[in-house]
Structure formats: C-alpha cells, structure tokens
Design a protein around this ligand. Structure first.
Ligand code: HEM
Length: 176
C-alpha cells in the first residue's frame, strides 16, 4: 500500500487540540494552582477546570493512540543523524507515558485528598491546607517539569526539520 504524505486529518486535529489543552493544563497548574494558597475561595473553581481538563486530555490521548495505530502514516522524517532518528520515536512515546503519568498522579492526589466531593460534589468542605504531603502530588510537579522539557525539545526538533532540513514537516501536520 502507498504511504500517504500527510497524517490522517483526525490525527492532525487531535494533535493540535491536545497541544493547546496540555499547555493550558501546565499553565493553570504552575501559574493558577501552585501560586494560589488553598485558603483562597477561588481555588476550588480553578481546580475544577484543571481536573476536568486533565481527564479530557487523558481521554483524547487514548483516542489519539488508537487512531494512530489504525491509520497509515507518512514515512518518518529523517534528521540526517542515524542516532537522533533512533531517539525520535522514544521521545514521541515518552509523551504518552508522561501525560498518562500526569493524569494518574493528579487523579491519585485528588482521591487521597478527597477532592472530588469538594471540587465537583459541592460538599462545602474546605481544601486541605496543602496537598504536598502526598507523594503523588510531589511526583505530579516533577513529571510536569519533565513534560515542559519534552515540549521544548519537541518544538525545537520541529523547527529544525522545517527550517534547517526544509523537509516540509509542518505540512504533514496540517490539513489540505
Ligand atoms: C496532562 C494533564 C495534566 C497536566 C499537564 C497537569 C499539570 C499540573 C501542574 C503543572 C501543576 C502544578 C505543579 C506545581 O507547580 O507544583 C498541577 C497541580 C495539580 N494538578 Fe494537575 N495536571 C494534569 C492533570 C491532572 C488531573 C487529571 C488531575 C486530577 C484529576 C490533576 C490534579 C492536580 C492537583 C490536585 C494539583 C495540585 C494543586 C495544588 O496543590 O495546589 N491534574 N497540575
């Protein structure tokens, strides 16, 4: 079967929707949640957006994985360096592992701290003074930091392909 020159439109859509949602979850986490004391009455509403968004990311990532397995893809773009070409798929699968770990540690923290009743159930109970007593919450921070590093590398690699190797990698990730 002939290999296509672009990714499937559904895969392209999911890629860009997930890019926006993941960057938004990171921004809300670092600048909205970590920077706000748990005593602030606004924090529950911010947590609601973050937790619901995080679960949506998990669902879309699962759908993306299935679509990726079931659709034919263009041949892998080469960097010109065999070692880098071998590392590229590891970094791409790394995204699945990191996002899955973010959702897992976020969800586990929420359960341990009894957040579903406070954030979604309207129980009226206050948030615990801090969530940093839970190892899952500490892991959530470290994995988020690693994810930021992965995103920076991913963007640099895309620019390298587009502007230095000029192999039209952006065209494969758009419609038309
Ligand atoms: C890809 C998905 C997610 C990303 C990128 C993300 C990102 C973040 C970041 C960057 C922080 C702040 C870390 C810090 O500076 O210490 C944070 C905090 C938090 N996130 Fe997530 N998160 C995700 C999914 C989830 C999910 C699914 C839940 C729960 C269902 C969740 C619950 C929380 C909680 C409870 C906090 C701590 C708030 C606090 O201690 O004030 N996150 N998240």
């Amino acid at each position: 079967m002939k290999q296509p020159s672009r990714y499937h439109p559904l895969l392209v859509t999911l890629h860009w929707v997930l890019a926006v949602l993941i960057i938004a979850a990171l921004a809300i986490g670092f600048f909205g949640l970590a920077a706000t004391p748990n005593s602030d009455p606004q924090k529950i509403a911010v947590l609601r957006v973050h937790m619901a968004g995080g679960m949506l990311i998990l669902v879309l990532m699962g759908i993306r994985f299935i679509v990726r397995m079931r659709t034919s893809r263009p041949p892998g773009a080469t960097t010109g360096y065999p070692l880098l070409d071998r590392i590229a798929p590891i970094s791409q699968y790394g995204f699945y592992v990191l996002v899955l770990s973010m959702a897992g540690t976020g969800y586990a923290t929420a359960i341990l701290a009894g957040l579903p009743a406070i954030v979604f159930g309207g129980s009226g109970a206050p948030l615990p003074p801090t969530l940093m007593i839970y190892p899952t919450r500490v892991a959530h921070f470290y994995i988020a930091t690693l994810l930021v590093g992965f995103i920076i590398l991913h963007v640099l690699a895309a620019f390298y392909h587009q502007f230095i190797r000029k192999d039209g990698v952006f065209r494969r990730m758009f419609f038309g």
